[in-house]
Design a protein around this ligand. Structure first.
Ligand code: GTP
Ligand code: MG
Length: 195
């Protein structure tokens, strides 16, 4: 599978704008500013296919990218405090609209900042993924910012917190040094090449 072939397809700001679900979708989810867009760019070898924001909370739409037999889906980040209440409501309706629409979700890549404990929203999302039987992995990003001890401690903490998710893949990731990129690409290829 050629990861250089990603193309921007569509941005949806409202549930009724979601494009028809035709091919398996690889969904990127996480709190605002966690590094979703950076992770997507790293996977597809691009500097700015997905917009990386200096200010958090900038991706307010669900952005769709075509990638060969698949589609990449960049969800708006949740949990950013300085977004108005009405924007937050719009985003949650959008994301709930997405997951409620019986789409062909091949894999959710749930992104967590490796330096911090998961937020209540992160835990809600993971709970939803486990209960709905959605295939997912956790990318623990910004791994470049931790030393070896901190890293070991965080990975153990995450393993413990998410032990209910049987066989969960927990991938340390860095869009700075490329750690974890191949592992995630392999997962995506497995799903997209055999669909
Ligand atoms: P929103 O769309 O605004 O919710 O943010 P996002 O989740 O798409 O995050 P984005 O990719 O825009 O990155 C947010 C900030 O984190 C930027 O300043 C990035 O340069 C930085 N960043 C992202 N990934 C990494 C990483 O792996 N390591 C380090 N050190 N910084 C990162
Ligand atoms: Mg973004």
């Amino acid at each position: 599978m050629n990861f250089d072939k990603a193309l921007f397809e569509f941005a949806a700001g409202r549930p009724d704008q979601l494009p028809e679900s035709t091919v398996p979708e690889i969904v990127f989810s996480g709190r605002s500013n966690v590094g979703k867009s950076s992770l997507i760019n790293k996977l597809v070898n691009r500097k700015s296919l997905a917009r990386v924001s200096a200010k958090p909370g900038k991706t307010g739409t669900i952005n769709f990218y075509n990638l060969q037999a698949c589609r990449l889906v960049d969800l708006p980040g949740y949990g950013y405090a300085r977004v108005s209440q009405s924007e937050k409501l719009r985003w949650s309706e959008l994301v709930e609209g997405y997951f409620g629409a019986q789409r062909n979700v091949g894999l959710v890549i749930q992104i967590i900042d490796m330096r911090h404990s998961p937020s209540a929203n992160d835990l809600d999302m993971i709970e939803y993924l486990i209960n709905s039987g959605t295939r997912f992995l956790i990318a623990a990003t910004k791994s470049d910012k931790l030393n070896k001890t901190e890293r070991g401690n965080q990975l153990r903490l995450f393993q413990e917190m998410f032990r209910r998710a049987e066989g969960l893949k927990l991938v340390p990731f860095s869009s700075v040094n490329g750690e974890g990129v191949e592992e995630i690409r392999n997962m995506i290829s497995e799903i997209c090449d055999h669909s």
